[in-house]
Design a protein around this ligand. Structure first.
Ligand SMILES: [Zn+2]
Length: 263
C-alpha cells in the first residue's frame, strides 16, 4: 500500500498539467472507485476547469481546479496515477482519465480499494482536506503531539500506533518498521513506554528520507536503513548483521532485528 512518499511521487505525475484545462473526462461509472463521488459528479465537476494546484497530505491527494473544484484521490492498495499523451486510449483499469489539450491524466486501480472525492466549493476547504491531523513535516507536528498520541495509545504496540492515520498521517508498513528499527524498539513494545522526543525525531528523519529518495524519483533509501534489507527473504540487519525476523502483528507483517530490537 502506498505510504506518504509513494503518494507524493504519484501525485507529482499530474503536476505538468497545472495551468491546463480539462477538456473531457473518461470515467467507468460502475467502478467502485466512484463509491463516494459519482462518476457523473466528477465529470461535471472537472470538465472545463483548469488544474491549479497539486498537493498531498499523508495518503490523501488533493487536486485544486479553477472555480472552486476539488478532486481528492486515495490510492488504496493498488491505485496509481500516470500522465499519458493526449491521444491515449483508456485501458480496463483506468477508471478515471482527465484529458487536456496536451495530455491524459490517468487514475488506474486494478483492485479498486482506492477512491475519488469531489467537491465544488468556492470558499473554504472540503472537510476531507481541512480536517486532517498535522502532516509530519508541518510545524504543528510537534513533540507534544507525539507525546499526546503515545499517551492516547499507551497500551497499543508501537507498530500499530504508528499505523494509526489519525495520529501519524501517511505512515504505512515499511515506514513504521523503519522507525522502530532506527530506535531499536521491538514493534510490540507498548507505546506508553516510549519517549516522545526520540520517536518524534525518528519519524521526522524517516519521513524526510522517504520524501528525498522515494517521492523525488523512486530511488531507495541508503543501505544503512532497514528498507534495503527488509524485502529480501533471509535479509540481515544492517547494524548488527543478525538475520531479520518477520511476524504478523495485528494483521500486518512486521520486520525487525531480533538482536537490536528486543522486548
Ligand atoms: Zn540488528
Amino acid at each position: 500500500m502506498p505510504e506518504l512518499a509513494e503518494v507524493a511521487y504519484y501525485a507529482r505525475r499530474w503536476e505538468p498539467a497545472v495551468g491546463e484545462r480539462i477538456l473531457r473526462v473518461h470515467a467507468h461509472a460502475q467502478a467502485r472507485v466512484f463509491r463516494h463521488a459519482s462518476a457523473a459528479a466528477v465529470v461535471h465537476g472537472l470538465t472545463g476547469r483548469a488544474l491549479r494546484r497539486v498537493e498531498t497530505h499523508g495518503k490523501q491527494m488533493c487536486f485544486r481546479f479553477s472555480e472552486g473544484a476539488w478532486l481528492g484521490v486515495h490510492l488504496g492498495m493498488t491505485g496509481e496515477l500516470r500522465a499519458e499523451s493526449a491521444d491515449y486510449a483508456p485501458q480496463k483499469h483506468d477508471h478515471c482519465v482527465l484529458f487536456t489539450k496536451k495530455r491524459a491524466l490517468v487514475f488506474n486501480d486494478s483492485r479498486m480499494f482506492g477512491c475519488l472525492l469531489m467537491d465544488l466549493k468556492e470558499r473554504g476547504e472540503p472537510a476531507w482536506w481541512a480536517d486532517l491531523p498535522p502532516a509530519i513535516l508541518h510545524p504543528a507536528f510537534t513533540v507534544d503531539w507525539v507525546g499526546a498520541a503515545l499517551r492516547r495509545r499507551a497500551r497499543t504496540p508501537i507498530k500499530a500506533a504508528l499505523l494509526d492515520q489519525a495520529l501519524f498521517p501517511g505512515i504505512g508498513n515499511w515506514m513504521a518498521d523503519e522507525i522502530a528499527w532506527q530506535l531499536a524498539l521491538h514493534p510490540a513494545r507498548l507505546s506508553g513506554e516510549i519517549e516522545a522526543k526520540a520517536l518524534h525525531r525518528a519519524i521526522v528523519k524517516v519521513t524526510r528520507g522517504a520524501m528525498r529518495w522515494i517521492a523525488a524519483d523512486w530511488s531507495d533509501p541508503p543501505k544503512s536503513w532497514l528498507f534495503q534489507h527488509r524485502w529480501k527473504p533471509g535479509g540481515h540487519c544492517p547494524r548488527c548483521r543478525a538475520e531479520l525476523s518477520r511476524d504478523d502483528l495485528r494483521g500486518r507483517t512486521a520486520c525487525w532485528c531480533p538482536e537490536c530490537q528486543t522486548l
